[in-house]
Design a protein. Structure first.
Length: 197
């Protein structure tokens, strides 16, 4: 079972990824939790670039893909092959959204990724109004680029929501308490993965 959690910054992905892993472990499942960008060399380069200056659009896209190739081959594919539940905080849908917002075609990005990256069984898209998401993460990034940042995240949210009608996608409204969001996530799990108590 491969579960991916996506959404714009501040929607509660890390909070809910942790809660979902705890819930499944309490049910006796073996869970491998991970995230992108990873803490490997490419992911570290990407994280540092947020402070040292963003890479060019092409370089950035290629680096997210290199990071993911390594992540898939070293961690995701082996864990799935061992029958474990894999929970990811961000995956190639973030590339569709964020690099899509930077000018690339989300459909092309998807094709490029699905050539090597397994499609999840369940994609949970955490959704929250932009103002509420930004207020949850505080003033980070405020300043001269604030307008650009809002425009960007708004486009990212649109790209995420454009996936809503796909069979493996569930949109989770996170304008609720953390407990209520966790309940909605558990309700979205298939019964074979402890979806019902
Ligand atoms: N349902 C919620 N209601 C209110 N605050 C929340 C909720 N879920 C998470 N938060 C808080 O919002 C902030 C962002 O949450 P986080 O899980 O880090 O989001 P993300 O990983 O999507 O950026 C954190 O301070 C977290 O404690
Ligand atoms: C996985 C991925 C993340 N990102 C971006 C989204 C985030 O702004 C940033 C870092 O992700 P993340 O660590 O989830 O951010 P935070 O912990 O600050 O919420 O990387 C992309 O632009 N493309 C991608 O493919």
């Amino acid at each position: 079972m491969f579960i991916v959690i996506e959404g714009i910054d501040g929607t509660g992905k890390s909070t809910q990824a942790k809660r979902l892993a705890e819930y499944l472990e309490a049910k006796g499942q073996t869970v491998v939790s991970s995230f992108e960008p990873t803490d490997g060399p490419w992911g570290t380069l990407l994280r540092n670039s947020a402070e040292t200056g963003r890479l060019s659009p092409e370089e950035e896209l290629e680096t997210f893909i290199k990071d993911r190739r390594e992540h898939v081959s070293k961690k995701i594919a082996p864990a799935l092959a061992q029958g474990k539940i894999v929970i990811l905080d961000r995956y190639y849908f973030s590339t569709m959204a964020y690099q899509g917002a930077r000018g690339f075609d989300p459909t092309e990005i998807r094709k490029k990724n699905e050539a090597f990256a397994p499609v999840p069984d369940l994609l949970l898209i955490l959704d929250l109004d932009l103002d509420k998401a930004l207020s949850r993460i505080g003033g980070r990034g405020a300043g001269t680029n604030e307008f650009e940042r809002r425009e960007n995240l708004s486009r990212c949210r649109e790209i995420f929501l454009s996936l809503a009608s796909e069979s493996f996608v569930r949109i989770i409204d996170t304008d609720k308490s953390p407990d209520e969001v966790t309940e909605s996530i558990i309700a979205a799990l298939p019964t074979s993965t402890c979806g019902q108590q």
